[in-house]
Design a protein. Sequence first.
Length: 348
Amino acid sequence: MELINDFPKKIRVLITGGAGFIGSAVVRKLLQDLDCIVFNLDKISYASDLSSIDYLFNNNKHLQSRYNLLKVDLSNFSKVDEAVKYADPDFVLHLAAESHVDRSITGPKPFIDSNIVGTFNLLESVRKHYDNLNSGRKELFRFLHVSTDEVFGSLDDFGSFDETTKYDPRSPYSASKAASDHLVNAWHHTYDLPILITNCSNNYGPWQYPEKLIPKVIFNAVNNFEIPIYGNGKNIRDWLYVEDHVNGILKVLLKGNIGEKYCIGGNQEKTNNEVVSSICEILDELMPKDFSYKNLIVYVKDRLGHDQRYAINSLKIKSELAWEPKYSFNEGLLITVTWYVKKFKAKK
């Protein structure tokens, strides 16, 4: 694989939010496929899950020697500073974020603390670290900030987001992520910190926290609970399989132009109705009952400020860095639903 050949040996990588859904996928990739020393900085919140990393170690115990878990809340500057000094990183991958839109609507403060204050604290600690590196390590160093397409607001029936799209966040979550993007960009222009920013579409895959749409639908369906869909179910999202996203992140980290932004999307636009119906059809095959799982679908009051459509134009990362998604939505969804069905069966 190209990434294996390009990634420096024994490089020190600090990942924030490495116990989250996307972050843990990055950790597993770095440990299993690349010869990195990994420092996972995570406060271990309600949505954290280390089980996928532990599962990796159960089958590959030797990988633990290259892994360090740092239980640190990014809102605590002194602890962040200590962690950065301890990790002494060559690469920083900033994935830690409060990310659930509904939670940001009912209680926005944790999103301000984590996504804005936490990013500021990390940037300041990393800036001091970078300033003290020798010239060789400075040339190698990268700070990659992982963001979302939600910072761009909502689209109508046509067009797509790209790296030139103006920011127009509509929820406390997306506003806090937009602020973090601006901070990262400012630290590059003001302090010459070598940064990169990625904005991704909706991720899905195994090990995702069950409050997100796809795992929530699967969980409700297999337990014969109602499957709620906001509004009329016609809101559209571009879906990106998590493994494809991880490969995109690492491509940008290694090959991206410093100071630039890259949009990473799956080019798989689906309405919420289509996503839920597809899950139900797969479950009808995997776990047939005397009724279709679609009978469990109910429509509920729409989310406040619910964006109508997201779509990403990934031409830049495809043309400049030769990245493209490997999985179609149907392929990724089948893998995902099958994995969750096995997980839920194992718990019974």
